[in-house]
Design a protein around this ligand. Structure first.
Ligand SMILES: [Zn+2]
Ligand SMILES: [Zn+2]
Length: 270
């Protein structure tokens, strides 16, 4: 049976840190055998310096692109409207009001910034400035605490790139999130009990292996809802690392991968 492959974490120029157009991403999806593409542009509530950003999001540009291409690409690539909200806990109520948009298919809840009590600076910035193992542990502790806060909200369908800080912290420390396993298990139970899920984010094909123990933990807890995303910021990374990621999901005991339609998961056999 032919596998239904979907990329549920992709960016275009609308995100600000990408130059891709939706058409380029869609064509790259076709070339990579990706049947369904979800646009998940950035909506961050904090910038890298810890300044607050707007607590509302104007979906007009996203919807315009989507309307323009969805019919044109019918039968070639299925296009869905998503959003990646960064640090929604800064103002959960304001975020939730924007997430009521009827056309919205999917919401990734991510943490790109440290907590306000930590200064709210970008995790990327904090991690790159990190010069000690202790400092790294403090960033991760802050991150887990924020993830616990995010997990109990309604402001997401899947938790985004849970292993995110590990992308940027000094590699020589060989850090993992295992010291926080008990707390991760508790928050993942919360995710599962609320009918939500997590994503396997390949970081443009570079971080598939780093997911193994977390995926097993989630699966062992009964987690079934999982989406797959490349986090592509350039069209050439659409679907990057997916053969390895799909094999890993199977090896970890998953039987489905999910897409979303109007905030409701659809299950596709692996
Ligand atoms: Zn992200
Ligand atoms: Zn992203």
């Amino acid at each position: 049976m032919l596998r239904y492959v979907s990329d549920y974490h992709t960016h275009t120029y609308i995100s600000g840190d990408s130059k891709s157009t939706l058409m380029e991403n869609a064509r790259a999806a076709q070339a990579a055998g990706v049947a369904e593409l979800c646009m998940t542009e950035h909506w961050n509530l904090l910038d890298q310096q810890g300044n607050r950003l707007p607590t509302s999001y104007d979906f007009e540009l996203v919807l315009m692109q989507w309307r323009r291409l969805r019919n044109r690409l019918a039968g070639q690539v299925e296009l869905r409207v998503g959003i990646e909200v960064g640090n929604s806990t800064v103002d959960t109520q304001a975020v939730d009001r924007c997430l009521g948009l009827p056309q919205l298919d999917f919401v990734i809840g991510s943490l790109h910034s440290t907590s306000l009590s930590y200064g709210g600076i970008g995790i990327y910035t904090a991690a790159k400035a990190c010069t000690s193992r202790q400092g790294a542990a403090a960033i991760l502790e802050d991150y887990i605490r924020q993830m616990e806060e995010l997990a109990v909200t309604d402001s997401y369908d899947v938790l985004g790139h849970i292993i995110y800080p590990l992308r940027y912290l000094p590699a020589e420390y060989q850090l993992t999130l295992k010291p926080w396993e008990d707390r991760l298990a508790a928050l993942l139970r919360q995710v599962i009990d609320s009918g939500r899920g997590i994503e396997l984010n390949t970081t443009q094909g570079t971080t598939v292996e780093g997911w193994q123990w977390l995926l097993k933990l989630y699966r062992d807890l009964g987690g079934q809802i999982i989406t797959l995303g490349s986090d592509a910021h350039q069209a050439r990374y659409i679907g990057a690392g997916f053969p390895q990621a799909l094999a890993l999901l199977e090896a970890c005991g998953f039987r489905w991968v999910c897409t979303y339609r109007r905030r409701t998961p659809c299950f596709h056999a692996l």
